[in-house]
Ligand binder design. Structure first.
Ligand code: NAD
Length: 474
């Protein structure tokens, strides 16, 4: 029986490979035909995304609820709304982005002219994650289409309802010869990344990011890696802050997006020792206010995505030193995949909760003697995707900016940097590389071709041999 099922699986995989290759070949043909370069085509596909979102809003909310227990308010804010904003921004700016830009040319070459001409990269691959399964899939697609590429989208298998919805709806709204959804898990993804692409745009873990990069290296395919990490929050309690407001925003960034399963969630908080107890009390107060304190009825908190991640987070709490540091929450409801918002005060720094990305509803508070020590603390660890800092001190702000490295820094607020098209979104070091959102998405999926329009006049003889003293001086 085992032998039979192996040979059936092998056969299915072979058939899938053939279909995949046919799809990719067709998209390459479309790309070569030049059809996707026209601004009218790009706009029509962006409008198609808009229609897909508007006409299927409830289906999207249902799928997000099925996969992650997301509340529709959160689903609109973090997925549908964000995407509508991005599409509209691209529609308003695409002509400007795609236009050739004049480049300055040394006077000596006058009347030659220079231009920087954005051109599509060809057929690109987008591999996305499960925590924002709609927006992390379509946001890069918006950039890829705006830049005139054809696209294969591989959504995450860990959000199956959203993946299936994208696979069902995208062909109904968008150009099927230019945009394809290929569903599946790592076995499908591993096959996809072996192909030659114009670009691979990957959102996910550092572990898989390394595999993507090494597969891409075989074809010298450029990659963008949107990875994760531990995003710290510096709470400079002595700088005259509105503490309640700071605490509310920290909670919004920890438990607000997908129950803490977000790359830009606040991972841990750094505070001065003397302020720790006040911070904990304020956190408890507002957690109760926002989410209640009944684990069985946390209806505004997304659930843990699956058993594997539930067990992973549970294991973080089972370390004896970590368990002893819990000052609020800590209960788990395995049946409903819910974990209570949990605060930990000074868990051991060598425990996994402080060495790995938490990606769940646990918030360690780490106490320091002086808030300035937070710079050293962050520098001693991999560069995060975002550093959040609540402070009114200009000198602390400058120390953070010059003394640390991160994809972004947000002062006195959380999450909203993600919503600003004018700001590039992406990591540095272990949190990834490359950037997107707004014009940055367009650039990420374009090659900036240098174009020189030369002239036959004037002809400068000193540029040619035979060399002599006069030419050397010229
Ligand atoms: P993951 O790396 O396990 O999976 C991401 C994607 O890679 C999925 O589509 C999956 O099917 C595919 N994949 C899995 N194994 C593969 C393999 N061997 N070869 C090729 N592809 C493979 O990550 P995840 O669990 O989806 O996401 C969690 C991580 O992603 C966290 O670290 C988080 O911080 C990060 N993340 C980053 C961002 C960002 O924008 N920077 C956003 C969301 C999540």
């Amino acid at each position: 029986i085992i032998k039979d099922s192996r040979s059936i699986t092998k056969k299915i995989m072979e058939e899938m490979s053939v279909k995949m290759n046919e799809s990719i070949a067709e998209l390459r043909q479309t790309s070569l035909s030049g059809r996707t370069r026209g601004i009218a085509w790009r706009k029509s596909q962006l409008r198609a995304i808009l229609n897909l979102l508007n006409e299927n809003e409830n289906r999207i909310f249902e799928a997000l609820h099925e996969d992650l227990g997301k509340h529709p308010a959160e689903a609109f804010r973090d997925e549908v709304g964000v995407l509508i904003k991005s599409v509209n921004h691209a529609l308003s700016n695409i002509e400007k982005w795609a236009a050739p830009k004049k480049a300055s040319i040394p006077l000596v070459f006058f009347p030659a002219k220079g231009q920087v001409l954005p051109e599509p990269l060809g057929t690109v691959l987008v591999i996305s994650s499960w925590n924002f399964p709609i927006s992390l899939s379509l946001e890069p697609v918006i950039g890829a289409i705006s830049a005139g590429n054809t696209v294969v989208l591989k959504p995450s298998e860990l959000a199956p309802a959203c993946s299936a919805l994208l696979a069902e709806k995208i062909p109904l709204y968008m150009d099927g010869k230019a945009i394809r959804v290929i569903e599946g898990g790592s076995e499908v993804s591993e096959k996809l990344i072996q192909q030659k692409w114009g670009k691979i745009f990957f959102t996910g873990s550092s572990r898989v990011g390394r595999l993507i990069m090494s597969a891409a290296a075989q074809h010298l395919t450029p990659v963008t890696l949107e990875l994760g990490g531990k995003c710290p929050v510096i709470l400079d309690s002595l700088s005259g802050l509105d503490l309640k407001l700071a605490i509310k925003r920290i909670i919004a960034a920890k438990w607000g997006p997908c129950g803490g399963q977000a790359c830009i969630s606040s991972d841990y908080v750094l505070v001065e020792q003397r302020f720790a107890s006040i911070a904990v009390e304020l956190l408890k107060k507002f957690i109760k206010k926002f989410y209640g304190d009944n684990l069985k009825n946390l209806k505004y908190l997304s659930r843990i995505v699956n058993q594997h991640h539930f067990n992973r987070i549970h294991k973080l709490l089972q370390d004896p030193g970590v368990a002893a540091s819990i000052v609020y929450g800590g209960s788990l409801d395995e049946e409903n995949m819910m974990i209570e918002p949990t605060i930990l005060l000074d868990p051991p720094l060598d425990a996994e909760i402080m060495t790995e990305e938490i990606f769940g509803p646990l918030l360690p508070i780490i106490t320091l003697e002086r808030i300035e020590d937070s710079i050293e603390f962050i520098r001693g660890r991999p560069s995060p995707l975002v550093i959040y800092a609540f402070t009114r001190s200009e000198s602390i702000k400058q120390k953070i900016l010059s003394g640390t490295s991160s994809g972004a820094v947000a002062f006195n607020d959380t999450m909203i940097q993600f919503l600003c098209e004018g700001l590039p979104f992406g990591g540095v070091g272990q949190s990834g590389f490359g950037r997107y959102h707004g014009k940055y998405s367009f650039d990420t999926f374009s090659h900036e071709k240098a174009v020189m329009y030369g002239s036959y006049f004037p002809e400068i003889e000193p540029r040619y041999p035979p060399w002599n003293d006069f030419k050397m001086e010229f």
